[in-house]
Ligand binder design. Structure first.
Ligand SMILES: [Zn+2]
Ligand SMILES: [Zn+2]
Length: 142
């Protein structure tokens, strides 16, 4: 599948090819911290299959194991774009930045040991079509 995308402000663009079985969600505590969200979803793409343009910023993360990972993000708007090895051979592209995110369904969830426990019941919560200013959400303002 051909994918396209960008960061929030548009300074970084992404183009590439992904096979649908290469999508996963990561529930590790690093993903939770970096994103400020319960988990991150990624498309795993070899360097040859992805083209990223723009002035990307990188944070070098060193894991307890000594493993180094580069975390790529937009230095202007802060959108997370990828994680990769120091040699940049394999990219984990954040699917939230891809226009095809709806079709990029994770086939695997990793680091389930640190997943937030409420995730299994997410369908049971109130789902509101519109945003926080909408009529339906009004009870939260009281
Ligand atoms: Zn940006
Ligand atoms: Zn992770």
């Amino acid at each position: 599948m051909k994918v396209t995308g960008s960061c929030y402000c548009g300074a970084i663009t992404i183009e590439g090819n992904i096979s649908a079985d290469k999508i996963m969600a990561c529930h590790c505590t690093d993903c939770q911290k970096f994103s400020g969200a319960p988990f991150r979803a990624v498309a795993v793409m070899p360097a040859a299959d992805v083209n990223i343009t723009g002035d990307i910023s990188e944070f070098r993360k060193t894991a307890e194991s000594g493993n180094e990972r580069l975390q790529g993000f937009c230095g202007t708007c802060g959108s997370h774009i990828y994680a990769t090895d120091p040699e940049k051979t394999l990219f984990m592209i954040r699917t939230g930045c891809l226009d095809q995110r709806q079709e990029l369904v994770p086939v695997k969830h990793i680091f389930g040991k640190s997943a937030v426990e409420w995730i299994a019941g997410i369908g049971a919560a109130a789902w509101v079509v519109a945003g926080p200013a909408s009529e339906e959400v009004t009870p939260f303002k009281k």
